[in-house]
Design a protein around this ligand. Structure first.
Ligand code: HEC
Ligand code: HEC
Ligand code: HEC
Ligand code: HEC
Ligand code: HEC
Ligand code: HEC
Ligand code: HEC
Ligand code: HEC
Ligand code: HEC
Ligand code: HEC
Ligand code: HEC
Length: 412
């Protein structure tokens, strides 16, 4: 779970800062101005392993950032040499963890951290790939790469289709960034400017990103309900009381979680015309039997025709986050409530009308014996009748042909 307010910065950095503050008032240490005398030169470059690296730093940008007070040497400790001396080359890389211990510990154990720090995958992000080197601003600042509006672009640098990372890594799901942008959350963000909507890091966390199969991942099946519920609090409360909640139903079967019905990156508004149809297919994935019988009834068949979106879909009768078995008095299909469930579409519905069996099928002897036997009795009668008259007709054909031939011959 993310903790926005946790800015615990260890004692060590405090000492460093105080020491630096103390030292900066001494004449012999290099000040930011000293660094800029050389690093303010746009043409200052160096060669590292055959690659030319630009060493220019834009001080106008840096002096506005969260670390401007700390100064250059708070991060580049080895550059803290005496005046007149050259700083060493090369220097070890900056360790943000010196001051951001907690974040750094989390990151080191994350998928990105392990890939970069342990497996040496240069395509996996270090702190500065998401935060920048010299333009670091708090996530609440509109100009920050970690401001909600900018997060999909920051992750998208690597996770969009066609990026070098995406080409070289075999990540199963495709078009994640484009799909997210078209989803209800993406539209909320970009069209409505809603920064409280879900961005990549709201579901994945910024620093504890793991593969979905990892039991510690916030997007793992076991945690996804909590993750969505950070924002959709009311729905989670309802859902906990439904037959699909593990708190209510103890079963070895797979109980649905938010993304089984809504997906992850292609979540749509629920008032979209096609949503109820799509969701019925999701219910059918787990309730095969009921969905087969549903498609044999009026609503199921009408639903397949043009304009069929008006016909009742699973969720119209069963509800969504409050689904309960018909035996439960709070169920929408309990006999006390069923008239009200049909009424929005059948205003004249009466208890009699609701006796229409929604899942009724002649194939289910256990549940609907009347239908089963009636079906087979009718079918038997039909088959019997057709067989008798069929045979009768068949036997008649040669006879009637002979009669016709006789008549034709007689005429000649
Ligand atoms: C006299 C000029 C000069 C000053 C002053 C100076 N630098 Fe440099 N800096 C350089 C040069 C030149 C290089 C490239 C050296 C090379 O190619 O071997 C460099 C390289 C660097 C690098 C890259 C290190 C690496 O391993 O790639 C960093 C970081 C850096 N300087 C930070 C600083 C900081 C911070 C200060 C102030 C405390 C500072 N420099 C002051 C000239 C200077
Ligand atoms: C918040 C930490 C931080 C501060 C403060 C900071 N830097 Fe850096 N700097 C970095 C990081 C991270 C890198 C990337 C290389 C690395 O990890 O060592 C970097 C790289 C550099 C480089 C190498 C060129 C490059 O872009 O990779 C130079 C030169 C440099 N910094 C100079 C400065 C100067 C001059 C200042 C002060 C005006 C400064 N830095 C302040 C974090 C910082
Ligand atoms: C994959 C991108 C990514 C990487 C890598 C990353 N961050 Fe972040 N970081 C973010 C995002 C996005 C936020 C804003 C999160 C939010 O508001 O929920 C953030 C927030 C922060 C914050 C402020 C909020 C907090 O949690 O305290 C700090 C400090 C921070 N990061 C430091 C670091 C450090 C240090 C590293 C490296 C050890 C690092 N980050 C690596 C994306 C990243
Ligand atoms: C010398 C100590 C030090 C180092 C090294 C350092 N920081 Fe910071 N950082 C700070 C301090 C102090 C703050 C201000 C904390 C505050 O305002 O709560 C800060 C604030 C931040 C914030 C904004 C946090 C917020 O809650 O708004 C981010 C993001 C951040 N640092 C990222 C980094 C990254 C990334 C690096 C490495 C490139 C880094 N820091 C290196 C001391 C440091
Ligand atoms: C600098 C490039 C880069 C950035 C920026 C980046 N990632 Fe990644 N990401 C990677 C790489 C590389 C991997 C694959 C690591 C591995 O499997 O070894 C990865 C893996 C992942 C995975 C697991 C994929 C899987 O295989 O199941 C998720 C989830 C993820 N990243 C989310 C994010 C989010 C969210 C952000 C933004 C906050 C982000 N990433 C930013 C490079 C990046
Ligand atoms: C509303 C929550 C949510 C948001 C927002 C979100 N994700 Fe995901 N993401 C998930 C879930 C849940 C999964 C697990 C996959 C699944 O089962 O559908 C996932 C899986 C992934 C994976 C791994 C895919 C794989 O095949 O292993 C990557 C990479 C990823 N997301 C990146 C991103 C990026 C980048 C963004 C922002 C553009 C983002 N996600 C936004 C919930 C979200
Ligand atoms: C069994 C399938 C299913 C599951 C699981 C599910 N939903 Fe829904 N959800 C639906 C249906 C169906 C609707 C449309 C309800 C309607 O039209 O009245 C819906 C509607 C919504 C809405 C729109 C508001 C509303 O109530 O109409 C949100 C937000 C939502 N769901 C979030 C969630 C979250 C968060 C979770 C996980 C805690 C979740 N859903 C789990 C089926 C499901
Ligand atoms: C950071 C907060 C946040 C998180 C986390 C989040 N959502 Fe949302 N969600 C929102 C907001 C805000 C909206 C309204 C956005 C809009 O419609 O423009 C929304 C809209 C929706 C809608 C459409 C509602 C409608 O009225 O049609 C659904 C469905 C939904 N979210 C499901 C999910 C699911 C499933 C997850 C987890 C995988 C999730 N959300 C995670 C904030 C969040
Ligand atoms: C991921 C699989 C899954 C999905 C998707 C799913 N369900 Fe279920 N559902 C279950 C499980 C497991 C039970 C627990 C009872 C059982 O063992 O069959 C259950 C129970 C029920 C019950 C009560 C059944 C009884 O006999 O007590 C109803 C009604 C129901 N679901 C309707 C729906 C509807 C409507 C949808 C779609 C909006 C849906 N389900 C989506 C797995 C699922
Ligand atoms: C017109 C309303 C209606 C529609 C549409 C509908 N059902 Fe039902 N469903 C019922 C009623 C009423 C019952 C209880 C009587 C029965 O078993 O026929 C029931 C029973 C069930 C049961 C057994 C639960 C129990 O408590 O006995 C499941 C599971 C179920 N339906 C799933 C589905 C699925 C999945 C769909 C969509 C493919 C669907 N239903 C569509 C009305 C409906
Ligand atoms: C979301 C709307 C909706 C709900 C809820 C709904 N139906 Fe229907 N139903 C329809 C539509 C649309 C038709 C097709 C009507 C037509 O063609 O005149 C239909 C047709 C029928 C028919 C056959 C035609 C007729 O009017 O006699 C029966 C029987 C029926 N529904 C029973 C039920 C029962 C029982 C319930 C409640 C358990 C129910 N329906 C709930 C939309 C709904």
């Amino acid at each position: 779970m993310k903790k926005r307010k946790s800015k615990r910065i260890g004692l060590k950095p405090l000492i460093i800062i105080l020491t630096l503050f103390f030292m900066s008032s001494q004449a012999f240490a290099l000040s930011d101005e000293d660094c800029m005398e050389c690093h303010g030169d746009q043409d200052l470059t160096t060669e590292v392993e055959g690659k030319t690296i630009n060493l220019y730093v834009d001080y106008e940008i840096f002096k506005d950032t969260i670390h401007s007070e700390n100064g250059c040497v708070s991060c580049h400790e080895e550059a803290d040499v005496e005046e007149g001396e050259d700083h060493p080359m090369p220097m070890s890389s900056v360790s943000c963890g010196n001051c951001h211990e907690e974040v750094s510990d989390t990151y080191t154990k994350s998928l990105h951290g392990v890939a970069r720090m342990e497996a040496g995958d240069l395509l996996a992000p270090k702190c500065y790939d998401c935060h920048s080197k010299h333009a670091i601003l708090p996530p609440s600042d509109k100009r920050s790469a970690t401001y909600p509006l900018n997060v999909p672009t920051t992750c998208g640098k690597c996770h969009r289709e066609g990026s070098q990372m995406n080409k070289l890594h075999n990540i199963e799901e495709h078009n994640i960034v484009a799909n997210y942008t078209m989803s209800t959350h993406g539209k909320g963000l970009y069209v409505d400017g809603l920064i409280v909507t879900a961005v990549c890091s709201s579901c994945h966390t910024p620093h504890n990103i793991q593969v979905p199969d990892d039991p510690n991942s916030t997007v793992n099946r076991d945690h996804i309900n909590e993750t969505c519920s950070q924002c959709h609090v009311g729905i989670a409360e309802k859902f906990k009381k439904s037959v699909h909640s593990p708190l209510i139903t103890k079963t070895d079967k797979k109980l649905p979680v938010c993304i089984d019905c809504h997906t992850s990156h292609t979540i749509s508004r629920v008032d979209r015309k096609d949503f109820r149809q799509v969701i019925s297919n999701q219910c059918s994935n787990c309730h095969e039997h009921e969905s087969e019988t549903y498609f044999e009834t009026y609503h199921g068949r009408a639903g397949l025709l043009k304009g069929g979106e008006k016909a009742a879909k699973c969720s119209d009768c069963h509800g969504s986050h409050d689904i309960l078995p018909s035996s439960s008095p709070n169920s929408k299909i309990h006999e006390e409530n069923i008239v009200a469930t049909c009424a929005p579409c059948h205003p004249n519905a009466t208890p009699n009308f609701t006796e229409y069996l929604t899942h009724a099928t002649h194939n289910d002897k256990e549940k609907y014996p009347e239908l089963f036997y009636a079906f087979w009795a009718m079918t038997g009668l039909l088959v019997g009748t057709f067989s008798f008259f069929g045979l009768h007709t068949l036997l008649w054909i040669p006879r009637s042909m002979i009669e016709r031939l006789k008549k034709i011959k007689g005429k000649h």
